[in-house]
Design a protein around this ligand. Structure first.
Ligand SMILES: O=S(=O)(O)O[C@H]1C[C@H](O)[C@@H](O)[C@@H]1CO
Length: 627
């Protein structure tokens, strides 16, 4: 095929085009990006005196464990404590261990920060020490330190220690342990514990920050926005279980956590301000959702009762962008260390409200008519189906979600070409090729669901993304979803980046997102259009600062494709760079084959007229100077 490229740009590429959708699904946050290593660290939202309440904890050397609703809780937000009873006549180290989120990585030379709160159930003359340690599941000590304590008071006290292992564990099957060097004095002692925590070094050394390897993998995509806090995980199964910004900021002692929407308790240790600092660290804009009055269990708040939820949304937005001299939530932000507003241009009203479109008509109306006058510079994004139902006020932007087959994405590369240009803009907030079975998209691996992205799914997504660039005059942001999953405990596949306690596994789709994001250019150059329901797709952008032409090509089938490019420019460099991602249709990067398909660079011949052969199942990014 011959592709003629116009030297005259049709539209700028919005700076917000490529970014990341985040929510706590498959332990994306707790046990993933959020660096806390202990699972069930504060016994949040569990039922006392149940086995489930002890999730991830185990007894060491006979200690009797139970989670209790403490008569003297460590804080009102954390009513539960771990009660540890040292049996009479016990000998040796007796106490409790935590297995982490399906493992704990222990690296020699890293400094781990451990802390917990404790109180004796009754005052005593006990004198002894806690031994705080990291050890292999087999019981081999990797590092430990002792803290002298006495039983003279029943008041809460905090222990904070650093642990610096001199050896690395050979696997992630390790535990964090706190034991009493019992001897006879400890027999019969009852100690309550609350809010344990164990942090490895964090990304940019942020306190309460992010896991370095996952954060680095995310940063390397060069994302320009971060959608938070969900997805379904914004909504709650019930109104009371919705995500509430104010429960997720400030000291961890004040964060009660919540029942997440993906089958596990969210600590909310990764909270609104942590998200915003993360955006700041990566130079990303937040696309922040506000709860819109609908809970996933099916409840829509009646219109007459929306007031408090609209107020909570107003406070949430003021926490982010308000004047700390005029608004209490903004003053709270300042008191927590960020007096200046964070950048925020987009607020999404709910998530996938097509599930409750009949009530979204008043919910959208009442939230936006109350909030828009207060925040004139915010663009509100609607989440029901585009223009269906008709909403008032007329949404300036809509969030589109598309989960489908690789071929659907190739066939729908022109999805936005027909949209009316009337000032409305679109956020492709969630998209991914997730199944090869068009009649059972959301099925199981047995019926075509992908466990990891493949080269075929990634090339389908790339085809679709060339269309998003061609329509970037109305598409302002797009993000693959979901972003992350812990391979040991996932509620959704495929995902852009998989991980376990020890490693990160970037997928074929991750490399496509990264190639597009890092080569996003500043303006779109029209060219000969691909065949709409064909198999070969391309887009051309120019990076103005370097006068680079960047051609992205997706070949979505087995057969290699021969392209000839014509560039009626005054001068075109003789050579350029090709970044090529290619592999077998079903090739995936997995924990066992983590680097099966990775981009490879090569030098290519370019010029006013040059040819390029796109391998079968490949995504290529050609870049060269021309003007
Ligand atoms: O069950 S779904 O509605 O398909 O869930 C999807 C859509 C929702 O916004 C997001 O949280 C989730 C996976 O990314």
């Amino acid at each position: 095929v011959t592709v003629t490229v116009s030297p005259t740009a049709s539209h700028p590429v919005p700076t917000t085009l490529w970014g990341q959708m985040f929510e706590d699904i498959s332990h994306s946050g707790d046990g993933g990006l959020y660096a806390e290593l202990l699972q069930n660290r504060a016994f949040q939202q569990v039922t006392p005196n149940t086995t489930a309440a002890l999730n991830a904890w185990h007894s060491i050397n006979g200690a009797a464990l139970s989670v209790v609703a403490d008569i003297l809780p460590v804080s009102s937000a954390l009513p539960n404590s771990l009660q540890v009873t040292i049996p009479a006549g016990s000998t040796g180290l007796v106490g409790v261990g935590n297995e982490g989120y399906f493992g704990i990585k222990v690296t020699a030379g890293s400094t781990y920060t451990a802390s917990f709160h404790y109180r004796f159930a009754k005052a005593s003359s006990f004198k002894g020490s806690f031994k705080v340690a990291l050890q292999t599941a087999a019981g081999r000590s990797l590092v430990s330190t002792s803290v002298s304590i006495t039983g003279e008071t029943t008041k809460w006290q905090e222990v904070k220690v650093t642990l610096r292992p001199t050896i690395s564990a050979s696997s992630t099957a390790n535990n964090f342990t706190v034991t009493l060097d019992s001897g006879s004095a400890a027999s019969g002692q009852i100690v309550h514990f609350a809010l344990f925590s164990l942090f490895p070094p964090t990304f940019k050394n942020r306190p309460n920050g992010m896991r370095v390897d996952i954060a680095t993998t995310l940063a390397e995509m060069g994302p320009s926005f971060f959608r938070l806090p969900g997805g379904n995980n914004l909504e709650g199964q019930t109104v009371d279980q919705r995500w509430q910004w104010n429960a997720t900021v400030g000291p961890l002692l004040n964060r009660p956590g919540r029942i997440g929407d993906w089958g596990y308790i969210n600590t909310d240790g990764l909270g609104l301000m942590d998200y915003l600092n993360w955006c700041e660290d990566l130079g990303m804009q937040a696309i922040m959702a506000i709860w819109s009055g609908f809970a996933l269990g099916g409840t829509s708040v009646a219109e007459a009762d929306l007031g408090p939820y609209i107020q909570q949304a107003m406070d949430q937005i003021n926490f982010v962008i308000g004047d700390s001299k005029k608004s209490a939530p903004a003053a709270l932000r300042a008191s927590l260390g960020h007096p200046d507003p964070y950048p925020l241009a987009y607020v999404e009203v709910g998530n996938e409200d097509f599930f409750a479109a009949s009530t979204y008509t008043y919910r959208w109306h009442d939230f936006v008519t109350a909030l828009q006058p207060k925040f004139p510079n915010i663009r509100f994004i609607a989440t029901s189906d585009t223009f269906n139902p008709i909403l008032s006020p007329n949404p300036q932007s809509w969030d589109q979600h598309n989960y489908n087959t690789p071929s659907w994405f190739a066939e729908n590369s022109f999805f936005y070409d027909g949209f009316e240009r009337n000032g409305t803009t679109y956020f492709e907030g969630e998209y991914a090729a997730i199944s090869t079975n068009s009649s059972d998209i959301f099925g199981t691996p047995a019926t075509g669901r992908l466990t990891f992205p493949t080269m075929q799914s990634a090339s389908g997504e790339a085809a679709y993304m060339t269309g998003l660039e061609r329509n970037a005059d109305i598409v302002f942001s797009a993000s693959y979803a979901p972003l992350l999953n812990h391979v040991t405990n996932s509620q959704w596949t495929p995902n852009l980046i998989s991980f376990d306690a020890g490693n990160v596994y970037p997928s074929t789709s991750y490399y496509v997102q990264k190639l597009f994001s890092l080569n996003r250019g500043d303006e779109y150059l029209p060219s000969t259009l691909p065949v709409q329901n064909g198999t070969l797709f391309w887009s051309v952008v120019r990076k103005i600062s370097t006068q680079q032409i960047i051609i992205k090509i997706s070949n979505t089938v087995e057969t290699a494709a021969d392209l000839t490019f014509e560039l009626p420019f005054r001068s075109v460099a003789k050579t350029g760079t090709a970044q090529i991602l290619t592999g077998a249709a079903n090739a995936s990067n997995t924990p066992t084959t983590p680097n099966l398909v990775v981009p490879r660079n090569s030098t290519i011949a370019t010029g006013k007229r040059f040819s390029y052969i796109a391998p079968g199942f490949s995504v290529s990014v050609l870049s060269f100077i021309a003007h």
